[in-house]
Design a protein around this ligand. Sequence first.
Ligand SMILES: Nc1ncnc2c1ncn2[C@@H]1O[C@H](COP(=O)(O)OP(=O)(O)OP(=O)(O)O)[C@@H](O)[C@H]1O
Ligand SMILES: [Mg+2]
Length: 316
Amino acid sequence: MAELLEIKGLQVHYPIRSVFLNRVTDHVLAVDGVDFVIEKGKTYGLVGESGSGKSTIGKAIVGLEKPTSGKILFQGNDVTKHQQRKKIGYNRHVQMIFQDAMSSLNPKKRVLDIISEPLRNYERLSYGEEMKRVQELLAIVGMPSDALYKYPHEFSGGQRQRIGVARAIATNPQLIVADEPVSALDLSVQAQVLNFMKEIQEQFGLSYLFISHDLGVVKHMCDNLAIMHRGRFVEIGTKKEIYENPQHIYTKRLLSAIPKIDVAHREGHKIERRRVEEEFHTLKHIYYDAHESVFDLKPITPSHYVALSTVSQEVD
Ligand SMILES: Nc1ncnc2c1ncn2[C@@H]1O[C@H](COP(=O)(O)OP(=O)(O)OP(=O)(O)O)[C@@H](O)[C@H]1O
Ligand SMILES: [Mg+2]
């Protein structure tokens, strides 16, 4: 196993301040102790409902949020602190793409300037070299070269996402944190963007941290997954383990929420959804402690871990 990025005991707590005195009165435990490894050339899926802490993990990895505690290791180098990241030029190796390409691309800048921004930060290219590289990048993401002098609002959502990807891969990164990259797009466009993200992954040996609230979307992208709830992981495993043998009720709920297209099985899915909801209410104590917190992960295979009160309990 070629480890690219290792996250150890990561916590990110945001202070809550009182309105009157601006004193810190409490903390939001956005990420509360997670461990995982992203392998070279592989996709790690991070899935959970809104507010579970997914983006906070992504931001901590690229250096946009400061960990409260824990460590981030890139190819064995500690990159938790800004100085350490700077020393090894970490930020050119790890890039991020966002859900909403419209707001993450500067509306006042032309595509040429948007895509060449990371090149200007990290590489010393002549104007001609820079132009050539931006044209290459546009070709990689399947955009015509006349896009160079246009502005973000002149493109569709799918095209804007491609521009975001072109910018993210400009410095030949090894890891891309893709935070809900297709959630704002129509279903047909989603498939196109996902396919081409897979293509460039194979072409350049990229790793992805793929963030989504929808287990349906990540199914064809991920090699391994973590299911996240309330700042903690409730279950981690290979794609096969998570989709074919889910153990935590929260994973089962997310799976039963995937929209089904085949009309013939709709009734069956409805019954299954109801069964999962009943299990959630009657067996909650197996899955959450008295304070509704997530238990520690326990192994059931070398790659499949689940947060249950005890693993000896019969859950399925
Ligand atoms: N800058 C911040 N200050 C205070 N609290 C924050 C901040 N950013 C996020 N939070 C809180 O941290 C928790 C996790 O937020 P985060 O954005 O990581 O969730 P998410 O899983 O990405 O959700 P979504 O699917 O809606 O994008 C939420 O309760 C959120 O309100
Ligand atoms: Mg988010």
